[in-house]
Design a protein around this ligand. Structure first.
Ligand code: PPS
Length: 285
């Protein structure tokens, strides 16, 4: 560990369960056609999407999501613990990652693994990250939102620049085995997006199974589910005794935290960094 991050190929990674040696070994991870990979920049709503995928695979039955920690149901390939579980697992695997595309195991590009890339308004990601990192021990702790704003816009945060991450993974859009989903559309019409994900995965849920999925992946129910809300990490990686992954679960909270000047700076950086990409890829204000 140095300066609150593990560094690998110039990108900062969290200090928990992640080493440069592991990240190097991870390069040889072999993806299988039947795997389903969730990829996102941290704080995009990853765990929400994973909960939905678990409930699709259990046909709406909540037993699995209520009895096994979320990081064991869909392990993180970049974590040593997750990697061990994945390596030995037979059959289709749910896999999660925040790794930027240029450092990702190359076997993903030779397989038919279904990839879901989850995006979210980076302003909300910034705010969500700030409030999580100040109560946890995963990454370098910012002293203020102003400071974290600087780090984030310069790409000096866990997994690097949001802009590079998004540009990188979005370059796969249009491929048959790749689906792009946004937090905002999930919030707006969860049912329709879940149906779209089911079609993508070739899965079918009966109406009552879908209703059960929607209930058990809702913010309120996930907030109470200790297998999904990260409260199992309290007293170890989460220092605040009330700390949880489940903070507000809304779109647009950045408006309550950015100053007018920060909003303008962010708009300018967004325009510069994302120039050339169709604006409709980013369904937020
Ligand atoms: S992490 O630590 O990077 O894996 O975090 P991640 O899961 O990507 O993102 C955490 C944010 O997702 C919100 N969340 C949800 N929103 C709506 N509905 C549901 N069910 C849900 N589950 C998680 C969580 O509250 C974090 O966002 P903020 O804005 O901080 O509330």
């Amino acid at each position: 560990m140095s300066d609150g991050y593990v560094w690998f190929e110039g990108i900062p990674f969290p200090v928990v369960d992640c080493t440069p040696e592991h990240l190097r070994a991870m390069q040889d991870f072999v993806f299988k056609d039947e795997d389903v990979l969730t990829v996102s920049f941290p704080k995009s709503g990853t765990n929400w999407l994973v909960e939905i995928l678990c409930l699709i695979y259990s046909k709406g039955d909540p037993t699995w999501v209520q009895s096994v920690p979320i990081w064991e149901r869909s392990p993180w390939v970049e974590n040593t613990h997750g990697y061990q579980i994945l390596k030995d697992k037979e059959g289709p695997r749910l896999i999660t990652s925040h790794v930027p595309i240029h450092l990702f195991p190359k076997s993903i590009f030779q397989s038919k693994t279904k990839v879901i890339y989850l995006i979210r308004n980076p302003r909300d990601i910034l705010v969500s990250g700030y409030f999580f990192w100040i109560i946890s021990k995963f990454v370098k702790r910012p002293e203020s939102l102003e400071q974290y704003f600087e780090w984030f816009t310069q790409g000096h945060v866990a997994f690097g620049s949001w802009f590079d991450h998004t540009r990188g993974w979005m370059s796969l859009r249009g491929q048959e085995n790749v689906l792009i989903v946004s937090y905002e559309e999930l919030k707006q019409d969860t049912r329709s997006v879940v149906q779209k994900i089911c079609r993508f995965l070739g899965k079918k849920l009966e109406p009552e199974e879908l209703n059960s999925l929607l209930k058990h992946s809702s913010f309120q129910v996930m907030k109470e589910n200790k297998m999904s809300n990260y409260t199992l990490l309290r007293g170890w990686l989460i220092e605040d005794k009330n700390g949880s992954l489940m903070r507000k679960g809304i779109s647009g909270d950045w408006k309550n935290h950015f100053t007018v000047a920060q909003a303008e700076v962010f708009d300018r950086i967004f325009r510069e960094k994302m120039a050339g990409l169709p604006p409709e890829l980013f369904p937020w204000e």
